[in-house]
Structures are given as C-alpha cells and as structure tokens.
Design a protein around this ligand. Structure first.
Ligand SMILES: *[C@@H]1O[C@H](CO)[C@@H](O)[C@H](O)[C@H]1NC(C)=O
Ligand SMILES: *[C@@H]1O[C@H](CO)[C@@H](O)[C@H](O)[C@H]1NC(C)=O
Ligand SMILES: *[C@@H]1O[C@H](CO)[C@@H](O)[C@H](O)[C@H]1NC(C)=O
Ligand SMILES: *[C@@H]1O[C@H](CO)[C@@H](O)[C@H](O)[C@H]1NC(C)=O
Length: 292
C-alpha cells in the first residue's frame, strides 16, 4: 500500500514537472512573441518616421527649386526691358534649373535597412538562447527523473527569470525607439538647410544691386563716349549669377555622417543587449544547476 502510494506520488510529480516545463516553455515563447511583435511595431514606426522625414525633405527641395527659379526670374524681369543687357545666360539657367540641381538622396537607404536587419538578428539570437535555456531546464528532468521534486522547485525558482526584465527582447526594441526623434531631427535639419541655401543664393544675387540701374535711355543708347559702366557692371554680374554655384550637395553631406552614426549606435546597442541577455541567461542556468 505504502509502495503504491509512493509510486502514485512519483507519477504525480513526474506529471507535475512535465506540466511545469511545458508551462515554462509556453511562458517564455509567449513573452518572446509579444516582444517580437513590439520590435516589429517599433521597426515599422522607425521606418514610418524615416519615410515622413524623406517626404518633408523632398517637399522642401521642390520648393527650394521653385524659389530659386522665382528668384532668378525676378532678376530676369527686372532687366528684361533693357535691350543692351544680355540675359541669355540667365534665361538658360532658369530653363535648365530642374536638370542642374541635385535632389537629396533619401534617408531611406541601405543603412536604414541594415538597422532593421541587425536588430532582428540580435532578437533572433536572444530567442534561440532563451529556447535553449528552456530546453536545458526541461531536459534536466528527463525520464527516469530521479530528482523530480528538486527540479520542480528549481524550475519554479529560476524559470520565470527567462521571461522577466532584464532578460527580454524589449531591450532591443528600446534601441530602436531611441532613434525615432533623431531621424525626424535629421529630416527637419535637412529641410531647413534649403532655407539657408535660398538665403545665401538670394544674398549672392544681391551683388547685382551694387550696379546702379541706369536710366533706360542711357542703357538703350550706349555710346563709347558716354559708355554706361552700369551696363558693363550688370552684364558681368548677370553672367556671374547665371552660373552661381548652388551647392545643394551640402544637404546630403550633412545627413550622411548622422545617419551612419544612428546605424552604428543601434547596431552596437542591439549587440550589447544581446550579449548582456546571453550572459544573464547563462547565470540563470548556473543558478538553476546549483539549485539542483
Ligand atoms: C508564438 O508565435 C508562434 C509563431 O507565430 C506561434 O506558432 C506560437 O503559437 C506562439 N506561441 C505563443 C505561446 O504565443
Ligand atoms: C520601409 O518603408 C519603405 C518605403 O515605404 C518600404 O519600401 C520598406 O519595405 C519598409 N521597410 C520595412 C522594414 O518595413
Ligand atoms: C517693361 O516695359 C513694359 C512695357 O513698356 C512696362 O509695362 C514694364 O513696367 C517694364 N518693366 C520694368 C521692370 O521696367
Ligand atoms: C529664353 O530661352 C528660351 C528657351 O531657350 C527661348 O525660347 C527664349 O526666346 C529665351 N528668351 C530670351 C529673352 O532670351
């Protein structure tokens, strides 16, 4: 009778430990699933922020080109009545503006794709580590399980650590969300650089104002004797401004180091979290083993 009871007890314990390990497996998998969904949402959010930033930079660029054209056109109109002033260069510049300006490179590029790949790789690493840890705990009561009660106690004590902060993929998600603001800052900085470029273009064009605008009758009847220096002045400056260098590349050169920094930062953050979680899981397993 005693023997029978002991046997029933052992069977119950073994049944109990199986239920418990499968609960541990479900708890950990469920935590992983929830965290992976959050990470996925964060990636979508970051991507959305990048796309919005690109949209705003692109809009700023289009307006910039229109504003430069309007600026040139205002000079063209201002002198178009004076037959002695050669406006052909300026006219040419206005006509070719769309082709000569360089649109910004999108922020959305291989480096942002790399961010998404890197964080997912680290999340995957953590997931595998957690699954392996669950397996280790589960397998420590492989039949015939001599120390079922002990394993149950130790699993109850150490198992929950595998689905509790700081052992969580959510920390990778934090690496991603930290950069949301930075990407939108880059977008607004790039967009505002076009305002600066327009201001400097407009200041550059003001050199024309140093030439006196001569009376039309003087301009239209230049004579060697009363040659109008203003005509020369205007012709020279109008030529110069027609070939005004508009360095819209500066917008890209300002952005590249910043987006690479973000890529580097997220990559490093994800890797450090991955290694830290792996370390912590190893410690949990050590504690579990010593508990047995
Ligand atoms: C976790 O996600 C996987 C794949 O989507 C699914 O098969 C599994 O049932 C989920 N498990 C839990 C516990 O949520
Ligand atoms: C990010 O957005 C771009 C542009 O809409 C899209 O092509 C790309 O697939 C998106 N990437 C992710 C990871 O969602
Ligand atoms: C150019 O000439 C037209 C017609 O004579 C005149 O209406 C217009 O105001 C002039 N424009 C400028 C900028 O002087
Ligand atoms: C400006 O350029 C266009 C196209 O090249 C030409 O048709 C037009 O006659 C030019 N106007 C002047 C005033 O040079």
């Amino acid at each position: 009778m005693k023997f029978l009871l002991a046997l029933v007890g052992a069977v119950c314990l073994v049944g109990g430990i199986h239920a418990q390990t499968s609960t541990l497996g479900t708890t950990v998998t469920s935590a992983i699933n929830i965290s992976k969904n959050s990470l996925s949402t964060a990636i979508q959010q970051l991507n959305g922020t990048i796309n919005i930033a690109d949209q705003s930079v692109s809009t700023a660029y289009t307006q910039f080109v229109q504003n430069v054209a309007a600026l040139y056109t205002s000079y063209y109109n201002r002198f178009s009545n004076y037959t002695t002033i050669d406006l052909s260069g300026l006219n040419q510049t206005i006509c070719n503006l769309q082709n000569t300006m360089s649109p910004p490179q999108p922020i959305q590029d291989w480096s942002t794709t790399q961010i998404f790949t890197d964080v997912q790789a680290s999340a995957q690493q953590i997931e595998s580590t957690l699954n392996a840890a669950v397996q280790t705990m589960t397998n420590s009561c492989a039949p015939p399980c001599a120390n079922a009660a002990k394993v149950a106690t130790c699993t109850t004590k150490w198992g929950p650590k595998l689905s509790t902060a700081p052992i969580t993929i959510d920390r990778i998600t934090d690496c991603v969300t930290a950069e949301l603001v930075r990407f939108s800052d880059i977008g607004s900085n790039m967009a505002s650089m076009y305002n600066n470029l327009l201001t400097s273009a407009s200041n550059y064009l003001k050199v024309v104002d140093v030439c006196d605008t001569p009376a039309p009758e003087v301009l239209n009847n230049p004579s060697p004797m009363y040659g109008s220096p203003s005509t020369q002045c205007l012709n020279t400056y109008l030529q110069r401004i027609s070939y005004m260098p508009i360095n819209s590349y500066v917008v890209d050169s300002m952005r590249y180091p910043q987006t690479y920094l973000i890529q580097f930062r997220v990559q490093r953050c994800a890797k450090l979290v991955e290694l830290d979680v792996k370390d912590r899981v190893a410690k949990v397993l050590e504690s579990f083993q010593s508990c047995l």
